[in-house]
Ligand binder design. Sequence first.
Ligand code: MN
Ligand code: MN
Length: 420
Amino acid sequence: MNPMSRRTMLAATAAGGALTASTTLAQGAGQGDVPQPIRGNTGGTDPGPRNAAADRDNPDLLAPPPTDAGDIPNLKWPFSLSHNRLQDGGWARQVTVRELPVSKAMAGVDMRLNPGGIRELHWHKADEWSLMLNGSARITCIDENGRNFIADVKQGDLWYFSSGLPHSIQALQDGCEFLLVFDDGDFSEDNTFLISQWFAHLPKPVLAKNFNEPESAFANIPQKQLYIFAAPVPPSLQADTVADPNGPVPNPFVFRMMDMQPVKCPGGSVRIVDSQVFKASARIAAAFVEIEPGGMRELHWHPLADEWQYYISGRARMTVFASGNNSRTFDYQAGDVGYVPRAMGHYIENTGDAPVRYLEMFVAPRYTDVSLAQWLALIPPELVKQHLHLSDTVIGRLQKQKQLVVGSSQSATSPPAQPG
Ligand code: MN
Ligand code: MN
């Protein structure tokens, strides 16, 4: 169905060019390949007005598969549609339950720090899981027993700050961009416990007594929050080491994800990082998934937790089945957040001609999923036949091990790349 429908859309786009108005609009925008809301014999051209860029990014909303039905809520939010907070030392934007109402369990922040830029010393109630997307940074933290952790993180590294532990992030010489994921959809990056604001909201005599210093020692504390601010690039990690009489933290707060061997799959690879391998990551589990062109994250669901997704590269689509007659398809690309409520069946298909890389995130100590194909392979074949009317040959080929990412089907012709 999918290859056919994509060809149909391409053909419909060409046919739509006969309409003067849409031709003018498309040409005016330099976008003659905008898909039309046509699928098979249903729908019709959209002569405009239309948001051509949004239509090209969301072809499965514009012309949904005929199997879509019901009233599943929105499951997509591009960081590009979030307010961006521009500061001296960088910027930050967030996707929370306020942007994506279904995402009650988790929230995310996309942050850029210019070289030397500092995310102010702070803490918060949520746990913080992080992935370095570009560049490098120095992180600092202490735990409740006064054991410090100071480390440098580079592209592909993860780090984790448990609820309430105070920390900072400072970009090294090349600057950096990273993703933060919190185990609370209601989290707000604008309402963390900032050291500047606490100092500014304490009586000076209290500060003096606490640190056993004269009040004059606190004459220059900032009166407004710093949040993200410019600073010189820090010295070497060795020069920034602070001797700690309390010893090291029992489990490092950093995990070098790209040093880990991925699970190789027919259509890609998966790195599962949960508290079994990254012990500090006690309450957030992750999978870093790569899907080759034509490949697909197999049909599955997660029995224990909602899934929060972040798309790093490529183009993908996902259909979420919410029980009953409720099923809806969304398209994703780099910088998008996706969401799948617990137990809802789904797949993620690479619809482009480049690898798809994305994160699956869960508020859980362990990564868990149930594979549709594995389920059917491990129950009596007759039972499968009675339900689905599949041939013995097809039932006999069901895989007893999870494929995780399947390759392009042997029998299907490969679909053309998406319009645009
Ligand atoms: Mn934080
Ligand atoms: Mn999933």
